[in-house]
Design a protein around this ligand. Structure first.
Ligand SMILES: *Cc1c(COP(=O)(O)O)cnc(C)c1O
Length: 400
């Protein structure tokens, strides 16, 4: 590591709360799928800020809109009507069967809104004593107290108790277990169609259809957390569309404003009756500047058909990675995922391979010390993906 990097690291230790374990790089600047560190070293970015910069870092079209809007209006709060919000809402609603939008600022907040709406709809509209939210093992729904309760991982919630009550978790891909856990107090089932933090685990089609049918039969709501898998990443605009699901409520965030903080919840007209003026609010949600940036992001996704591109390019990339897996079956256990949301599970050398990729200029994430997670920009050049595969192959050959 350079002296410059060491100085930055030491300063951070003085200045910031120690809640992150960082990668050993300080990023200086970004350009579409490429990043440059403070020492001038260049990287191909296959992480995109954790599925956030979906149309590329400092995308010039987005920069232009951001600059223009920054001279017109940034934020006035939700006390006012703002056309920028409406433009964004109508674009979002073109992509899904939902009818109503609520803007907030992050994925966890979008999930909070989902949970609050599900409960309030049950209690105030249906007059049912239903509040329980059922989630699936390996899920990740955020770091606020309620979304930690939903996530249900002891290692994330240790020392933060007591967590809000009314959450229950069942083993994923087990329909009988889900059915057995539903009571007269159940309000909703909340799930990720492709579990991201868990290391990219797509849920089975038959299971997902079974969950939806069970929700309909029992009169409870289906909530899809599309925070990571949404926005074209898996090859359809929303991941649930590959299974023809119709969730009552969904949450989104990460790629929504290509790097500015924004989340949103979408609901059907029926379930949206659960909120009235004053029920739920946020100071920042849906500000004019961030809304304008999000609208441009979605416009680019639709115009350039990035869902279809993610499907096509992702299928080729997965086939290539499968070939590498077959060549090194003692090193790589499995390649999983859909579109440009892929996970490569290693038996034990994951951390070493991840580190060598970093040294050779390729950034991806490492989850659970075993899975390399690829979440590149949806418009990443295929030559960058091929360079990644060639490098991965070379590293695997060394470790075999
Ligand atoms: C990242 C993520 C969240 C949390 O989003 P934040 O913006 O970090 O609060 C929730 N659900 C899923 C599926 C995620 O990937």
């Amino acid at each position: 590591m350079s002296e410059k990097f060491d100085q930055i690291k030491a300063r951070e230790e003085q200045l910031l709360c120690r809640s992150y374990s960082r990668y050993p790089i300080a990023i200086h600047s970004g350009n579409m799928s490429h990043l440059t560190d403070v020492d001038g070293k260049e990287y191909v970015d296959l992480l995109a800020g954790i599925a956030v910069a979906a149309v590329g870092h400092c995308n010039p079209e987005i920069c232009a809109v951001l600059a223009e809007q920054s001279h017109k209006l940034w934020h006035v709060s939700n006390l006012f009507y703002q056309e920028e919000q409406l433009e964004l809402a109508s674009l979002l609603l073109q992509t899904t069967h939902h009818d109503k939008v609520f803007f907030c600022n992050s994925g966890a907040e979008a999930n909070e809104a989902c949970i609050k709406l599900a409960r309030r709809y049950m209690q105030e509209v249906r007059h049912a004593d239903r509040y329980e939210i059922i989630t699936l093992s390996n899920c990740f729904h955020g770091r606020t107290l309620a979304t930690l309760a939903a996530t249900g991982r002891e290692n994330l919630s240790r020392g933060f108790g007591p967590l809000p009550a009314g959450f229950k978790q069942v083993p994923c891909q087990d329909l009988a277990a889900l059915k057995a856990s539903i009571t007269e107090h159940t309000a909703a089932v909340m799930l990720e169609v492709v579990q991201g933090e868990a290391g990219v685990i797509p849920l089975d089609h038959a299971y997902l259809k079974g969950v939806e049918a069970l929700c309909r039969e029992q009169g409870i709501l289906l909530i899809c957390d599309e925070v990571q898998a949404g926005f074209c990443r898996t090859g359809t605009f929303w991941a649930f569309q590959q299974h023809d699901l119709k969730p009552d409520i969904m949450s989104t965030a990460k790629a929504l404003a290509n790097g500015l903080a924004m989340g949103c919840m979408l609901a059907t007209n029926e379930v949206a009756k659960g909120f009235e003026p004053g029920s739920h609010a946020t100071t920042f949600g849906g500000g004019a500047l961030v809304s304008k940036v999000a609208s441009k992001t979605i416009e680019i996704m639709l115009r350039d058909n990035l869902a279809a591109r993610a499907a096509e390019v992702g299928t080729r990339l997965k086939a290539r990675l499968d070939t590498i897996q077959k060549a090194y079956p003692k090193l790589i256990k499995e390649v999983r995922g859909q579109g440009l949301m892929l996970g490569i599970e290693f038996y034990k050398d994951g951390p070493k391979v991840w580190e060598e990729l970093l040294q050779r200029g390729f950034i991806c994430s490492l989850s659970h010390n075993a899975n390399l997670r690829l979440l590149p920009a949806l418009n990443i050049p295929e030559s960058d993906l091929e360079a990644f595969c060639t490098t991965l192959e070379a590293i695997c050959a060394q470790h075999n």
